[in-house]
Ligand binder design. Sequence first.
Ligand SMILES: Cc1ncc(COP(=O)(O)O)c(C=O)c1O
Length: 481
Amino acid sequence: MAEQVTEERTTTGATRQSIATAGYRYVAGRLACSGVALDGVAERVGTPCYVYDAEGMRGRYHALSRVLAPMRAEIYYAVKANPCLAVAHLFAELGAGMDVVSMGEMERGWLAGAPMERMCFAGVSKSDAWLRAALDGSHSPLVGSALVSGGRRVEERGPIGVINAESESEIERLDAIARELGVVADYTIRLSPGVTAGANDKVRVGAKATKFGQPPEDLFAMVGRCSRLQSVCFRGLHMHIGSQIDDLSRFDAALAVLTALADRLRDAGHRVDVLNVGAGVAVSYVGEAAPSDEAYGEVLRTHLERFARDGCRIIVEPGRELVGQAGVMLTRVCHVKHAGGREIVTTDAGLNALVRPAMYGAQHTVWPVACAPEHGLDPIAPPMSTASLPTMDVVGPVCESSDVFARDWPMPRVQRGDVLAVFTAGAYGMSMAMSFNDLPLPAEVLIDASGVSVVREHQTFEALLGPTVGGLSGGRRIDLS
Ligand SMILES: Cc1ncc(COP(=O)(O)O)c(C=O)c1O
C-alpha cells in the first residue's frame, strides 16, 4: 500500500488520521494531484467529476508485481473496479491481463488493448451469446463497430484465455457452444471455499451454499463428470472470497482449502495448471490500517510457491487495491443549511455518482480542495486535531435519506460554490454510478506526466433522454404475430 497509518482511526473524536493516498497532496492550501491543482480541474471540467492519478495506479501495479514475482503470479486487472477505458488501457500497457464478468467488460477489456488470451471470464449467469463472443470474435457485438480502431479486427481475435465456470450447467453449455464453433474451451471452476471475508455482507462471497462457485466436495465430483466432455478442457481452480478484506488470515484459510483441493484433484489424475486466487485486499478510506503488499504476498507465497515451481500458473485479480486510492471525486457545494441544530452541506453529487456510502454504509474522507494552510488542516498529512472543527452532514441531491456522504463529519466550514474532494473514490465509484433522479453521469479526468485529459465527458442530456424520446410519439411498435 502507498502509505500506512499508525494510529487508531477516529472520525468524530479529536484526532483524524491521515489518509493513505498516492499522488495527492495539499500544496499551499490547495489539493493537487501530481502538481495539478484540483480546483482548476473542477472549474474547467465541471462537477461532479472523477480524477485519476495515472502514476499512482502504475505505482500500485509495480508494487504488487514485485511481491508476486517469486510466484511469477500474473495480474489480471478486475475491470469492474474501474472500467474507464483509459484506466484499463493503462493496465493493459503495463502487461496486465483482464478479469471480466460480462460480455460488456470483455469487449471493454479487448478494446483497452488486452489480448483475449490474457483474459479470464467469471460470472454466475453467462448467456450463450456471451460464451459465443468469448470463444469466437465473429460473434462479438463489436463486429462492424466504429469503436474498433488501430487495425485490430475483432473477427480475427482468438478465444478467451480461460472461462471461470461457476456451475455444471455452464460447463455443459460451454461444451456445446465450443463444439458448434469447432474449438476447445479452457475452463477453471470457481471454488466456494466456505471462507468468506470483506467489508460487509454484500461483498462477502466465499461461503459454501451461495450463487458463487461450488463447494469443494461438489466441485471434485463435477470435475470427474465433466471430464467426459470433448470440447472443454479443465485447467484448474478459481476463487474469490470477498472485497475490502483487511484480515489476511481469511486469505490464508481460503488458500488452504484451495490448495488441498488442487492436491486431491491431482492425486485423482486431473490436471491442475491454473490457480486463480481472486483478490479483495482492503485499502484505507478514513485512516484505517490496510494490509501491506508484502504481508499479502507472503500469504500467497506460503501456499502457492510450490505450485508455481511445478509450472502451475498463478493468477490474481486485483481491482480496488490498484485503483482505489488513485481516484478522488470532485463535487461542488450547492447550499449550506441548518435544520434541527445540524449543519448540512448539500453537493451536486450524490449516491447517483458514488453509491458506496448509501449501499454499503461505506465511509470516505471528504474535504475541501481549498483549505487555509495556516490551520494545519490536511487530511493527508500526519494525524491532525479536529477538536476545534464544526461537525456537519455532507449530503447529495437524491431524494433518499441514504444519500449522505458523511454524517457528523468534522470539517472546516465551507460555503456555496466551494469544491469538495471525496477521497479513495477510484474503485467502485464511477463503475457503479447511475442516472437516478435524471442526474447525468459524471465526467472522468486522467492526470498523467503528459498532461490532464478528460477521458470521459459528462453525460449529455441528449444521451440521457434520447433513447426514451420516441415514447412521446408512440414508441417503436413490435409485431408479435
Ligand atoms: C471474481 C472477482 N475477482 C476480483 C474482484 C476484485 O475485487 P477487489 O476489487 O476487491 O480487489 C472481484 C470483485 O468483487 C470479483 O468478484
